[in-house]
Design a protein around this ligand. Structure first.
Ligand code: GDP
Ligand code: MG
Length: 306
């Protein structure tokens, strides 16, 4: 064991921003593994997921939060609360915007900017998806955004190509307090494999069923068993939906949709666990499962607040 050097830095960094700006992609890129869900659809990351970026001189504890954005429905409000709670306990906030479409103006982000202003946390502004904009457009963007808030610094990146991510890490680490690491250095994330597996299945449900399935969908891991000497993990998971019509949609004609979901999920889980996976999926209907405290606790899908 080598002693951490006295210069060692460690702290919590929250990644906030609207759905789809690329928060999970950034985190996954930094951690080099699929930890958080990447989706083309908004709001699949309902949970706070801690990812640990560790190196000799520093450890960054990332909190991937749902976005701070308009809260129209109760579940949305809960997501905003979760984002806010996450902000309360961090050393630094990364506020990410997607500058690729030209829509990410400071005005369009008023709610989030207001929320950030009300807190005294240092904020690093990340302009993401610069791979999608021509270089000459970057400078005007930078000046537009620099006036919109009191940023620690502004870092343009492409979370997808990795461009600028090294700079970002340097900016983040340099702003963390001197501290020994909070977690063992070889630990990638503090969420269990079971949890990640359930999130991977949930992601496939979203991706493969389309808009019809609301994100009030949960996945319960009923069995997670390593088959000894076989390099195989057996997983039984139940997808919970709220209505029979949704159940039919997830199962699909002749069970085809469910099979598709299972195959895609198994693929990702095998990569994550590094072994063969036998995955059995079932679908259950439980009306208003989001109000069932016992089930919620078992699912752990609303970790914060409990
Ligand atoms: P989140 O909702 O903020 O976590 O966003 P995701 O990480 O799930 O990304 C949303 C979508 O944007 C995905 O389709 C990503 O592949 C894409 N994306 C993320 N970062 C970049 C980037 O730097 N460049 C481009 N072109 N696409 C990106
Ligand atoms: Mg995400």
């Amino acid at each position: 064991m080598t002693e951490p050097s006295p210069q060692h830095r460690c702290g919590y960094v929250a990644i906030v921003g609207r759905p789809n700006v690329g928060k999970s992609t950034l985190l996954n890129g930094i951690l080099g593994q699929k930890i958080s869900i990447v989706s083309r659809k908004p709001q699949t990351t309902r949970n706070r997921i801690l990812g640990l970026y560790s190196r000799n001189d520093a450890q960054v504890v990332f909190v991937d939060t749902p976005g701070i954005h308009e809260a129209h429905t109760p579940i949305n409000r809960r997501m905003v609360d979760a984002a806010m709670d996450a902000l309360g306990e961090v050393d630094l906030v990364v506020f990410m915007v997607d500058v690729s479409g030209g829509k990410a103006t400071p005005e369009a982000n008023e709610l989030a900017l207001d929320a950030l202003k009300r807190r005294t946390l240092p904020v690093v502004l990340v302009l993401n998806k610069i791979d999608r904009i021509p270089r000459p457009k970057l400078l005007p963007l930078l000046s537009q955004w620099s006036e919109a808030g009191s940023w620690e610094t502004i870092v343009p990146v492409s979370a997808q190509t990795g461009d600028g991510v090294g700079d970002l890490l340097r900016e983040l680490v340099g702003r963390l307090p001197e501290s020994p690491p909070f977690f063992p250095k070889d630990q990638l994330t503090d969420v269990s494999e079971r949890f990640i597996v359930s999130e991977l299945v949930r992601e496939k449900v979203f991706r493969l069923t389309g808009q019809e399935i609301p994100y009030a969908t949960a996945v319960e891991i009923e069995e997670f068993e390593e088959v000894e000497g076989k390099d195989l993990v057996r997983i039984m998971a139940r997808i919970w939906v709220e209505r029979d019509s949704q159940k039919a949609m997830v199962i699909g004609r002749g069970g085809r949709k469910l099979k598709e979901i299972g195959t895609a999920a198994r693929h990702d889980i095998e990569r994550l666990l590094g072994c063969r996976v036998y995955l059995q999926l079932t679908v259950g209907t439980k009306s208003r499962w989001t109000h069932d405290r016992n089930l919620l606790q078992r699912l752990g899908n609303f970790g914060e607040g409990s």
